[in-house]
Design a binder for this molecule. Structure first.
Ligand SMILES: [Zn+2]
Length: 434
């Protein structure tokens, strides 16, 4: 197993070496103001337009041209933030809004960008409703605490969810005692250093709550080998706001956690379809029966077999072969202890295909099982995640990297990615099974 402590540091130092003159002048307030436009969603729109245009004319498109996942905010060099119009009143007691981050993020490299993906859990401890106005993310590395990015009401409406009953119309109003979660994703452009510490200011009408300082290198990033072999793989349901994985806050073991924060659903597509023939037959799916590989050396701590395949979901509907319970949800399931409190989890495996047992030591690249459609799976795929415990739900999802894969976003041009997390765009080639 190759493990890199704070792999992202390498990315950051490299970025500093290659910084352009404009980036070097980070401290210049004038430059900061000029750069405001580059840190808004406008850059993402531009990237999208640029990519579509190049695809249309048949030019090769690099994955680096792709916008970050939905809800992810591109961060350029620096930001100038307009404070809310309200005059902030310094009063006692301070704003009784709890601001905490259950799992501090760890910088994750993807496509030349550095990502921070995490949540702020907010709770109104007053007896009156609070109106959320904006959230500022500050660089807490230096005493100056420069703003990194600010989310105004329109953006907050996209990334905040009320605990309990949520609706887009009311989600910025926290009733007395109510909680909300802000799902944050910051994508730092190549060449931009990622602060080691952040703080958050949450503005309500006329008041501000300051959250505690959080770190941005909280866990060791595992550099993993391939979980599958061959080509035409897509890594679906990655960490975007429209992914049930990313938004999968779930209370298990008494804690509200997101075990699936970085989970990927691996499927195979040909000509835009994941199967050929009878959609109700698992054998018709290109992913079905494909070999699943150990991503690292480690010890098997869960190896469960015997759950039947489901009939895949079609327009005719879906009924799981066995009722979904905490036990049956992952279906046939393998978990490998990677060390340091990190566990690689493989779910929905083919019945009868599990080749390892609890206590076995496996080697990176070793064949473990085959892709199936067991547990809470609508069609054959591999659900893969790294988490803080062997439990598929009672854990926190951790970031990881693949040490090597090839990616194509245009179907013809392939680029090699090393020490990289696939954020969702494109088709992945892991190389032939040896
Ligand atoms: Zn999944």
């Amino acid at each position: 197993m190759i493990a890199l402590r704070y792999a992202a540091n390498a990315v950051i130092s490299l970025s500093l070496l290659t910084a352009s003159p404009a980036q070097v002048r980070l401290d210049d307030a004038g430059v900061q103001r000029q750069l405001i436009d580059t840190v808004t969603g406008r850059e993402a729109t531009h990237l999208q337009r640029n990519t579509s245009e190049r695809l249309r004319i048949g030019a090769s498109v690099s994955a680096a041209d792709q916008p970050p996942p939905t809800g992810c905010r591109l961060v350029g060099q620096a930001v100038s933030i307009d404070p809310p119009n309200d005059t902030l009143v310094s009063s006692f007691p301070p704003l009784q809004l709890d601001v905490r981050t259950p799992l501090e993020p760890t910088v994750l490299a993807s496509g030349g960008r550095s990502y921070l993906i995490y949540e702020l859990h907010l709770r109104n401890f007053t007896s009156d409703a609070l109106q959320l106005r904006s959230i500022e993310v500050l660089n807490a590395e230096s005493a100056l605490e420069k703003p990194v990015v600010a989310f105004q009401e329109e953006q907050l409406r996209e990334l905040v969810r009320l605990v309990g009953v949520d609706s887009e119309a009311t989600r910025l109003t926290l009733k007395a005692g109510q909680g909300a979660v802000a799902f944050l994703c910051l994508a730092f452009a190549g060449g931009t250093s990622v602060p080691t510490k952040l703080r958050h200011r949450v503005f309500s009408s006329g008041a501000v709550a300051e959250g505690p300082t959080i770190g941005t290198r909280s866990t060791r990033i595992q550099a993993l080998g391939r979980p599958l072999a061959g080509t035409n793989w897509t890594a679906a349901n990655g960490p975007s706001l429209d992914s049930h994985h990313r938004m999968g806050l779930f209370v298990a073991g008494g804690l509200a956690q997101i075990s699936r924060r970085y989970a990927l659903d691996w499927k195979k597509y040909r000509d835009g379809k994941s199967y050929s023939g009878d959609a109700r037959d698992v054998n018709a799916y290109f992913a079905y029966g494909q070999t699943v590989l150990a991503v690292a050396d480690g010890k098997v701590v869960v190896a469960r077999d015997g759950f039947p395949n489901n009939v895949p979901r079609t327009a005719a509907g879906f009924t799981p072969a066995v009722p979904v319970t905490m036990e049956s949800l992952p279906g046939n399931f393998i978990v490998i202890d990677l060390g340091d409190g990190q566990f690689a989890q493989y779910a929905h495996l083919q019945p009868g295909s599990v080749q390892v047992k609890v206590g076995d030591r496996v080697q990176r690249g070793q064949s473990l099982a085959r892709i199936g459609n067991s547990g809470d799976a609508r069609e054959p795929h591999l659900h893969f995640q790294v988490a803080t415990s062997p439990d598929i739900l009672a854990s926190e999802g951790l970031p990881f990297l693949f040490d090597h894969y090839r990616l194509s976003v245009s179907g013809s041009h392939w680029e090699t990615r090393t020490m990289d997390f696939p954020m969702g765009s494109g088709v992945i080639d892991f190389g032939a099974l040896r």
